[in-house]
Design a protein around this ligand. Structure first.
Ligand SMILES: Cc1cc2nc3c(=O)[nH]c(=O)nc-3n(C[C@H](O)[C@H](O)[C@H](O)COP(=O)(O)OP(=O)(O)OC[C@H]3O[C@@H](n4cnc5c(N)ncnc54)[C@H](O)[C@@H]3O)c2cc1C
Length: 390
């Protein structure tokens, strides 16, 4: 079927990049971009970094400062901001206001919504960040529930602003779902060095006592409920897609946080990557498969993300398994270090680099190629990672 009408639901990173890529690849049909937020698409990572940290003359006081540079009008894109898709039926999406938007190809890019606990605030939107910034200052108190990526970044900004910070973490160390205890212990030290009171093994079931402002940062769920029962989903609600990012419903694709895609790199397992780089890359695959036919392109980047916490640039590339061997480069108490994971065949599966961007850049190549590394040379921080290949 010739595709003449494209509807993209969700005006975040993935939605924005989908629209841009359709036009860059010469698609001349109708494109409608539907977004629940009132704003043109903007970049979310600065919400827990620059927006909270910069104050006074440097303060980010207009969401347009975070917007992606793209001229929607010139690109002939119909924009529907402040409107939510509420239902799906074959060939059409219906908005919350009851309007039917027919499509030939539909791209679902509705991202994630924060998990809520029934108290406290969450951080996902620009408005959330402004509220948090106003609540966090010298002489104030902030309780953060969850020592994950966002918890750590907000703790960083709050401490820099002179705010008293208590962090309640249910698990035994920060990021316990991702990293082993040695790495978690090093990260826990960062909180303490910054003067944040990190309380691990401290699950919170109600508002923390004597807290000031409360931020709940315990993860996010894919925003897919509006789609109804026709779609195959993973247990967390994300949409199961093929390696081409097509859902089980022909002509309906998913990109960004919302997709659990079949990864050929990881043995055909469906993986969900809730990070910026994945939301940037998925749209290229979607657009190629819509315009050139399903099968034209496969989505399978080596997963990557970064975080800026407690004055450190933290970057991770790849995906390590529970049985992979962890090799530390340097000491975890040093200002900079890396950790490399090797599988049983000594192939690099992942690199975590703290303040060592060169390790990350080289690790990207090595993990991507599944290079076999010599653990003793990996452990020497003076040897470039690429020099550890066998
Ligand atoms: C505070 C914060 C900091 C982050 N920092 C980092 C970082 O440092 N590094 C990193 O790699 N990643 C980071 N991330 C993650 C990264 O921002 C996300 O992975 C990325 O935004 C995902 O893009 P997306 O387009 O899939 O979803 P989103 O950015 O969530 O966009 C989805 C959009 O769809 C809209 N929507 C939802 N439902 C509907 C509906 N029914 N109808 C219409 N519109 C709808 C939403 O309102 C939203 O605007 C951060 C995220 C947050 C919240």
């Amino acid at each position: 079927m010739k595709v003449e009408r494209v509807v993209v639901v969700g005006a975040g990173m993935a939605g924005m990049h989908t629209v841009r890529t359709f036009r860059e690849k010469g698609f001349e049909g109708e494109i409608t971009l539907l977004g629940a937020e009132q704003h043109a698409p903007y970049d979310r990572p600065p919400l827990s970094k620059a927006v909270l940290r910069y104050r006074g003359a440097d303060a980010i006081d207009d969401v347009s400062e975070l917007a992606f540079a793209f001229d929607f009008e010139q690109a002939g894109v119909t924009l529907r901001f402040g409107e939510r898709a509420a239902a799906w039926a074959p060939g059409a999406v219906t908005t919350a206001a009851g309007e039917r938007l027919p499509y030939d190809a539909l791209v679902v890019a509705t991202g994630s919504e924060p998990v809520r606990l029934g108290f406290g605030e969450t951080l996902r939107t620009y408005e959330d960040a402004l509220r948090l910034r106003a609540a966090v200052g010298a002489g104030r108190a902030l309780a953060i529930v969850g020592a994950g990526w966002i918890g750590a970044e907000v703790a960083t900004a709050a401490r820099a602003a002179g705010c008293a910070v208590v962090v309640h973490e249910a698990r035994e160390h920060p990021l316990a779902a991702v990293f082993p205890p040695q790495v978690g212990a090093a990260m826990a030290d960062w909180y303490r060095q910054a003067g944040a009171d990190l309380r691990c093994s401290d699950p919170v079931t109600g508002p923390p006592p004597a807290a000031g402002h409360v931020l709940v940062a315990v993860g996010a769920r894919p925003d897919t409920r509006w789609l109804g029962a026709a779609f195959h989903r993973a247990r967390d609600g994300s949409l199961l897609t093929s390696e081409h990012l097509e859902t089980n419903v022909p002509g309906v694709y998913a990109a960004g946080d919302v997709a659990a895609y079949r990864s050929l790199r990881y043995g055909g397992e469906h993986i969900r990557v809730e990070h910026w780089d994945n939301a940037l890359r998925g749209p290229d695959t979607v657009v190629a498969n819509v315009l050139e036919g399903v099968g034209a392109e496969v989505h399978d980047p080596v997963p990557y993300f970064w975080s800026e916490q407690f004055g450190r640039m933290v970057q991770y590339i790849g995906r390590h398994g529970a049985t992979d061997r962890m090799v530390v480069r340097g000491r975890l108490s040093d200002p900079t270090w890396s950790v490399v994971w090797l599988d049983t065949l000594h192939r690099a599966t992942a690199v975590l680099a703290v303040g060592r961007p060169r390790d990350l850049a080289q690790g990207r190549r090595l993990v991507g190629a599944g290079s076999v590394l010599d653990a003793a040379r990996v452990a020497d921080p003076g040897t470039p990672l690429v020099g550890a290949t066998m």
